[in-house]
Design a protein around this ligand. Sequence first.
Ligand code: FES
Length: 331
Amino acid sequence: MQLTVTINGEAVSRDVEPRTLLAYFLRENCGLTGTHVGCDTSSCGCCVVVMDGEKAVKSCTMFAAQADGHEILTVEGLAQGGTLHPIQQAFWDTHGLQCGYCTPGMMLSSYVLLKHNPAPSEAEIREGLALVWNNRTLRSLALVAAAWQILHHMQIAVLILFATRELGLSAGALGMAYMAGGLGCVIAASAAERLARRFGVGPLIVYGLLLTAFGWQAFGLIRGSPAFATLALGVGMLLFDFGAVLWGINYLSLRQAITPDRLLGRMTATMRFLAVAAAPLGSLVGGVLATGIGLRQTLWVVGSLGMVLALVAMRWSPVRRHRQLPAVVLD
Ligand code: FES
């Protein structure tokens, strides 16, 4: 199909396949390689570009065809006449990057933030933190998510080592087991809505957590020949990923539904901060524990703590009482 997009102020016409994603259109058809692809799943933000001067869009999850007739700004269009844009200059001055891979996305996200809010303040960050802390359900979701992330990353730190060293699995066998996990994700995603109607959103969050704990516990119980271990790991993965997607979908839906529109960004930033900050701690604890008590035993600990977490959430968290998503939340 033929499309015309104004990119960095210049009209560009190209013939592309309808399935072409905007990120690949910019990189491969237009040679604008400043747009990076990190996760390819709409999570990391490396690929952010600006649409029509005011909307940050993730170009990895948008078709090029959707940009037809629109204006796109990429990082190449920020500097004017050889002079860095003030945002680029500020990144430069404050060494605002690590490896630099996601820097274009961060700069363009900052561009849109400042377009809508020229003077963002610390008070707004505090408002987001206070919103999560003062709302019992959000606070509970945040604490459960952070604890789950710690356990999850404890497991991630040891599972591959356990599978290769203690179960003797090859890379191919591991790939097959992980593929079964992917199947669990697909089944959970397709059944999530029906299950939420049947059991309720809050209960499904807790059941999902419990299933992930069973999965972790199952990993640590696997023994036997490599063929049997591959099969058992695949079943464990399927169970774990089914539970993780079930809990993830309902957790995200609930937190979005009970947050006023105006504060969605701040709530998400607070939740993401907690989850991301918890991850390295989990990896560290998992590594230290495995060094001390062994890989299999660490998986048992993770599974047991996961069950405790699910039971605590079931018993004391207000989350389980949310059987349905609220239709509208008033600001
Ligand atoms: S590549 Fe990560 S959000 Fe697009």
